[in-house]
Design a protein around this ligand. Structure first.
Ligand code: GLC
Ligand code: GLC
Length: 814
């Protein structure tokens, strides 16, 4: 069952049924001011940090689930009936309800009792505000006398405190209303120099700023007393819960259309110019007023929308493909790339599942996210890399997370996740291959943000590599530390107390438990580092890396191979994990996927055997589960992984993030059919028809789909903010379609399904546009390339040296 459809031409997903299984959201904003918005106008806004600068309220895990948002009410002032064109909060039976989620904007609307109303929500580029453009049309044969109400509930900035510290925060709410604009200034009197504002292009009919006056006692957003009464009362909030509500009067002739612009924004004043007049307690509005005036003008609002559209056109045009598979096209050209920008902007902070008050930016997460957006935003990728590297410790280890506002490592979670340092190499390598900007390696970067400790970024990469060499276990495999990629495989924390952290309550010596996954990652990242060293002319150093890698590969073969697949780890007793000798958890996806991806065992058939075993034991129609058999009980020596019921999350859920490792591994074996088949199983667009089962948005990946052991097999959770976005994008773009960045140029190495006659692609790379046509003449993956009419050797198209801006590449697969 579907709840809408893809409008690919307009790059929108159109939801036609308001009662989606879960709120289906979109993101507004792409620089500093952000919001999430659901298909029924639920959601909230914030400036930079979803915890510390939250503008509006939203209550997570509420009943009903998605209340609190950017609500518009229309009221027929003759019949006194009122409704919300976005369905929530009033839940009227609407005609032609639709929600169009597009690139950085959302349009929600419907028709009710002959009145059509749509609201377009977006955040203009380079501004800290959001625009709601409400368009109302009277389709009746008679004149309509309407009131429109636009409403929000202010958050008192710190979302955590706002939701918990009531003894204080029910006293501190303050607003000003000036010139029809509502200003929210809680705590502005003391240590804040920022405030929020909410304005309407057509003020005058009334406002409300005290929630209880607007909603009425003991009422909810579905039946605000002031809307029912038809007249706002110009209340001023003193404490309690400040809201912003504007009323506008609409007299519409038959066929007449009117547009009203509402805008909500965030503004900062210099600390010494907070008040006007100086010495008063009144907000200085001199710099904000021109901004407000500008965007309340519908012409300016339209122009801002047009700029936003061009911005997204520009980002998405860097890579466009046309393949025989519509789901591939749609995800690569539109939604997967879009989701990669969201994971870059949000990391794991704010979604329907991430409350915005939890984790900072993950070191490994953010490095992996780079794989998905570096081609669209190279300058921002550079900045992100330098920020991440500056939190690296002098040991080469890394803080597991850092806070985006302070850019400091997070001490609560600390370090000691022994895979972390290698992801920096992977991220930097992706940046170098994309941009050819080798200067980044010479950038001085401190350790742990300690002034004076600066060393060239390249030195950080060396330390990342050496970190593992200094931490090898009894078999010569890397020690796992607190965890590796799998945060829930906690082999050094025997946790038996509720509430203890599985990751940070380390109570084992940590000198025994080893990770085969980190070994594979070490080989993969090490090869990237060796190539970087070689390119810098450090041939001997490169050889040292290659020797260490060869040694590690030998160890993997000797102690990391179980006969038909790669082991996962050794626990604190030196016992195998992910072996046929285990009772549960006999085979895991991570070590098998990553070793194959890293090319380990390609020559001797082990990679093939490993992936065949994955196919046999882990693959399902809904994707590849993390391990089998699922853990049926809690194992003290394994940790959080066995805390989840079977089939969920890391305990044999389909953890979508790691599925692409198997896809890439399959391409390394030359098996394009299997690679693309796995790709399709979790491709959200390809799952659109089972939206009632899948439940999450069909236009973006979710972190997890319940595995075959779960009673809800096939049900997705935790959509949007997941490493799944970047890895799937990387797998399809660079390995299956095979348009792959390399140090020397753009490599063209497709491993596509046998049935595909070919595909075309357009890729902007280091300043030139590559028009690529691939034709299949035989069933294999051998490629013969012709570049601008001339056949070339090999599969790497070097960057043009003669200033050409357009390059045509023709490839024949045989
Ligand atoms: C989450 C974390 C990520 C981790 C994964 C597996 O997605 O953000 O860092 O690798 O879970 O545990
Ligand atoms: C990852 C896992 C989650 C776990 C968390 C701990 O995000 O997906 O299940 O609780 O790591 O850090």
């Amino acid at each position: 069952m579907k709840f809408g459809y893809f409008d690919d031409r307009n790059r929108e997903y159109v939801i036609t049924e308001p009662e989606t299984p879960l709120p289906w959201i979109n993101y507004l904003g792409c620089q500093a001011y952000f919001g999430i918005i659901s298909n029924t106008a639920g959601g909230y806004s914030f400036y930079r940090d979803a915890r510390l600068r939250r503008l509006t309220r939203y209550r997570y895990n509420n009943v009903p689930p998605d209340l609190g948002g950017r609500y518009i009410y229309l009221r027929d002032d003759e019949s006194k009936e009122f409704w919300s064109p976005s369905w929530l909060p009033t839940r009227h039976k609407l005609k032609d309800y639709s929600c169009r989620h597009g690139m950085g904007y959302t349009v929600i609307g419907s028709t009710y009792s002959g009145i059509e109303a749509h609201t377009r929500y977006f955040v203009p580029l380079d501004e800290n505000l959001e625009i709601w453009q409400l368009t109302v049309t009277n389709h009746r044969t008679t004149r309509a006398s309407l009131s429109g109400f636009a409403s929000i509930e202010f958050c008192l900035w710190d979302a955590q405190d706002d939701a918990t510290n009531f003894q204080r925060n029910l006293n501190i709410g303050q607003v000003e209303v000036d010139d029809g604009v509502i200003y929210h200034k809680t705590e502005y009197r003391e240590r804040r120099n920022h405030f929020a504002w909410f304005a309407s292009s057509q003020p005058g009919a009334g406002f409300e700023t005290q929630r209880e006056v607007f909603l009425g006692r003991n009422r909810g957003w579905d039946k605000p007393a002031a809307v029912e009464a038809g007249q706002l009362t110009n209340s001023i909030a003193h404490g309690w819960s400040p809201v912003g509500v504007h009323q506008v009067k609409l007299e519409l002739e038959p066929g007449e259309t009117r547009q009203i612009v509402f805008a909500l924004g965030y503004h900062e004043n210099p600390v010494d110019q907070k008040f006007d007049p100086a010495g008063s307690q009144i907000i200085n509005k001199r710099t904000v007023k021109p901004v407000i005036a500008k965007y309340l003008d519908p012409v300016q609002a339209d122009a801002a929308f047009e700029r936003l559209r061009l911005y997204w056109d520009g980002l998405l045009s860097v890579f466009q493909v046309n393949t025989p598979d519509i789901h591939t096209n749609r995800m690569v050209n539109i939604w997967n790339a879009y989701q990669c920008m969201a994971t870059f902007n949000m990391s794991r902070s704010a979604s329907s599942f991430e409350s915005g008050i939890g984790r900072g930016l993950g070191f490994r997460d953010s490095n992996q996210d780079l794989l998905g957006f570096v081609h669209m935003a190279p300058a921002r990728a550079r900045e992100r890399i330098l920020d991440l590297a500056a939190t690296q410790l002098a040991t080469g280890g890394a803080y597991h997370q850092y806070q985006p506002l302070t850019k400091r490592g997070n001490n609560d979670i600390g370090s000691g996740f022994n895979d972390d340092p290698h992801w920096l190499i992977v991220g930097v390598s992706a940046y170098l291959k994309e941009t050819g900007d080798w200067s980044i390696l010479d950038e001085p970067v401190p350790y742990d943000n300690e002034p004076g400790s600066e060393q060239p970024l390249y030195q950080h990469l060396r330390r990342s590599f050496n970190y593992t060499l200094a931490r090898l276990g009894p078999h010569g495999l890397p020690l796992i530390g607190r965890a590796d990629w799998n945060d829930c495989l906690n082999l050094n924390c025997f946790s038996d107390t509720p509430g203890q952290s599985f990751q940070t309550t380390t109570n084992k010596d940590g000198k025994v438990a080893e990770s085969v996954f980190i070994a594979g990652l070490f080989v993969y990242a090490g090869r990237e580092l060796a190539a970087i060293a070689k390119h810098r002319g450090l041939t001997e150093e490169a050889q040292v890396y290659l020797d260490e890698i060869a040694r590690m590969e030998a160890v993997i073969h000797e102690h990391g191979w179980d006969g038909e697949w790669f082991l996962r780890a050794y626990d604190d007793f030196g016992n195998k994990i992910g072996s046929k000798d285990c009772e549960e958890g006999k085979i895991f996806i991570e070590s098998n996927g990553f070793c194959a991806l890293a090319g380990i065992g390609l020559e001797d058939g082990r990679a093939e055997s490993a992936l065949n075993s994955v196919g046999e034991h882990l693959a399902t129609e809904n994707g590849i589960v993390l391990q089998q058999p699922a853990y049926s009980r809690y194992y003290l020596n394994l940790g959080e992984i066995s805390s989840y019921p079977p089939g969920y999350k890391e305990n044999a859920g389909i953890f979508c993030h790691v599925n692409p490792w198997v896809m890439i591994g399959e391409t390394r074996l030359g098996r394009g059919d299997r690679a693309h088949d796995y790709y399709s199983r979790i491709n959200p667009s390809a799952r659109e028809n089972i939206s009632d089962l899948h439940r999450c948005e069909p236009y973006v990946y979710s972190q997890m789909i319940a595995g075959k052991d779960a009673p809800t097999f096939g049900e997705a959770k935790n959509s949007w903010l997941t490493g799944t976005a970047a890895w799937n994008y990387y797998a399809i773009a660079q390995w299956i379609l095979g348009v792959r960045t390399s140090i020397d140029g753009l490599r063209i190495a497709p491993v596509i399904p046998k049935s595909w006659p070919g595909f075309t692609a357009m890729r902007t790379f280091r300043g030139a546009v590559y028009r690529i046509v691939i034709e299949r003449k035989g069933e294999g993956n051998q490629i013969a390339l012709t570049v601008d009419g001339t056949p070339i050797e090999g599969n790497v198209v070097p960057a043009p040296t003669d200033g050409r801006k357009e390059i045509s590449v023709h490839g024949v697969l045989s």
